[in-house]
Design a protein. Structure first.
Length: 264
């Protein structure tokens, strides 16, 4: 069994919890982090899913921490070192989704989303990445988004922060590749987590058409890409590649017209 640890942020539910489950199935000990106490329930769920035989010797450490603070990356790194946890896999998954006009957000929320999507994951990559580079082995997976290519109204803050993370991840992939450290950008489209408040009927149609995927499918493809050293994977791929390409081709004047008409 792999005695090293995988660190997963935002692991109390949804995609993050699924990352933790599948990494545990691969034999990794876990340090799972969330800002809510339900992370403790998630740890128990992971252990139950493995069964008594496989859970023996496997550590699942839950940690409640607010990753939207600029001190949190250093605090998390220091926690891992203080407890002698060698982080071989880092999954930066913690985030919040919304679509809203930039100036309609509060100052507090704007600061939160920028720290959570940019500052904290970048600093976790910086801190744990140095350890990985020294060891000559490691894996970093940053959960970005297809909206990183959508410079459009109502997605300015969310898509803009994910664009930073996407560009940052690509550069880090190139820089660390020769040291044996694999860095991957997974850019999900629509995932069936309840995050988007889509009606169940539309969700079923989307899944049938391959536009919406389950967290299990997303995570399986993301981890496969990570452990094969790919720089990026979009899930699901075809539809969202087409959609983002079309959106990038829409002229700004047309987007302004759409706004004036109140369509989006």
């Amino acid at each position: 069994m792999n005695t090293h640890f995988a660190l997963v942020t935002g692991a109390s539910s949804g995609i993050g919890l699924e990352f933790a489950k599948q990494l545990a199935q691969r034999g990794y000990n876990l340090l799972i982090v969330s800002n809510v106490p339900e992370i403790n329930d998630a740890a128990e769920e992971i252990k139950k899913g493995l069964g008594d035989e496989r859970v023996n010797g496997l550590e699942v450490i839950p940690l409640v921490m607010d990753l939207s603070q600029q001190t949190s990356a250093r605090e998390l790194y220091d926690y891992a070192h203080a407890h002698e946890l060698e982080i071989e896999v880092l999954v930066n998954n913690a985030g919040v989704y919304h679509d809203r006009d930039i100036l309609d957000d509060s100052e507090g929320f704007t600061s939160l989303i920028m720290n959570l999507h940019m500052y904290t994951p970048a600093m976790l990559c910086y801190l744990f990445g140095q350890d990985m580079r020294k060891r000559g082995r490691g894996y970093i997976l940053n959960v970005c988004s297809v909206t990183s290519k959508m410079a459009a109204q109502r997605l300015g803050t969310y898509g803009g922060t994910k664009a930073f993370l996407s560009h940052f991840t690509r550069a880090l992939h190139i820089e660390l590749h020769k040291y044996g450290v694999h860095v991957t950008n997974v850019s999900p489209g629509a995932v069936d987590t309840g995050l988007y408040n889509i009606k169940p009927a539309y969700t079923r149609i989307g899944k049938c058409l391959g536009i919406i995927v389950t967290p299990k499918t997303l995570v399986r493809r993301a981890l496969r890409a990570l452990f094969h050293g790919r720089s990026k994977v979009t899930v699901p791929a075809v539809f969202w590649h087409i959609l983002t390409t079309v959106i990038q081709c829409i002229p700004t004047c047309l987007l302004r017209l759409i706004r004036r008409l109140g369509w989006f």
